[in-house]
Design a protein around this ligand. Structure first.
Ligand code: NAD
Length: 274
């Protein structure tokens, strides 16, 4: 994407002034893109995720320097409810409130259902789905007390349609759309919205790992794997960039999106229009 288009996408200054946002799985990829967009729009942000501690420190410092927003970090493992509780408490204790939760942390597993290891199924469901249940149940009291909030669940095109070899991932992502609808209904009169954002292919380290895996599985050149396998179902034949997801999440987190709730919103280049 050229720099001018990228600049226009990220021109959201002031949209989230005085808001506090917690983004799970934000040391990389889409989560980091969302954190950057939120911080650029004025929000204080709590990052979370795994990685090298020096790189995480550099990310936090860079984000603070580039945006002037306040940043904090939680190393909580999204597979562990006790650590998720510590993370939500850290956000509230550090910044005094919690306005926006983005459930983004996720892992992927590819393989036929009869060969999915049980522990892999449990891990995919735990990190992609149950973690969102925990952040939501733990954040809602603060949101209700403050008089409002925004919950954004990063789902997938595979939350809306199936694809072979993705049983655990597609089940978790379809599940998060159900969770989104129920939370939206339960919070509809509380000035809280809850939506699922459903990306197609997005250029991130997770996508890179998936490409490498597919190159190995199919023994095909990288370009062929990208166009004919990964983008086979995606009519626009391009990966989205994380700034696009960040900009949409910023809009959903803003006052302008107060009436959008309970929706599963595709950002998938037409994938689910088939
Ligand atoms: P990524 O691998 O680049 O980033 C994942 C993030 O989650 C990292 O920060 C990682 O440290 C964190 N994480 C993983 N396990 C964790 C755990 N147990 N506890 C805490 N943090 C953990 O992935 P990405 O491509 O940016 O994906 C982010 C989300 O977007 C996922 O939910 C994924 O399913 C979804 N998604 C991605 C794509 C895509 O094409 N990249 C498409 C649709 C949906």
């Amino acid at each position: 994407m050229d720099i001018e288009v990228s600049r226009r996408i990220t021109a959201t200054r002031g949209m989230l002034d005085d808001k506090v946002a917690l983004i799970t799985g934000s040391t990389s990829g889409i989560g980091l893109g969302v954190a950057r967009s939120f911080a650029s729009a004025g929000a204080s942000v709590v990052l979370n995720g795994f990685g090298n501690s020096q790189e995480i420190n550099d990310t936090l410092e860079g984000l603070q320097r580039a945006t002037g927003s306040r940043v904090a970090y939680s190393a909580a493992d999204m597979a562990r409810p006790d650590e998720i509780a510590d993370m939500v408490n850290l956000a509230i204790e550090t910044f005094g409130r919690l306005d926006i939760v983005v459930n983004n942390a996720g892992i992927f597993h590819v393989g036929p259902i009869d060969q999915v290891p049980v522990e892999k199924w449990n891990a995919v469901l735990g990190i992609n789905l149950s973690s969102a249940f925990h952040t939501i149940r733990l954040a809602l009291p603060a949101m209700r007390q403050q008089g409002g909030g925004r919950i954004i669940n990063i789902a997938s095109a595979l939350a809306l349609v199936g694809a072979p070899l993705t049983s655990a991932y597609a089940a978790a992502k379809h599940g998060i759309v159900g969770l989104t609808k129920v939370v939206a209904l339960e919070t509809a009169e509380d000035n809280i919205t809850c939506n699922a954002l459903c990306p197609g292919n997005v250029w991130t380290p997770l996508a890179e790992a998936h490409i490498a895996e597919q190159v190995k599985t199919h023994g095909l050149p990288r370009e062929q794997v990208i166009r004919n396998i990964l983008l086979a179902e995606q009519p626009n034949k391009r990966f989205a960039v994380v700034e696009e997801i960040g900009a949409f999440a910023t809009f959903l987190a803003s006052d302008a999106a107060a009436s959008i709730t309970g929706a599963a919103l595709p950002v998938d280049g037409g994938w689910t229009a088939h």
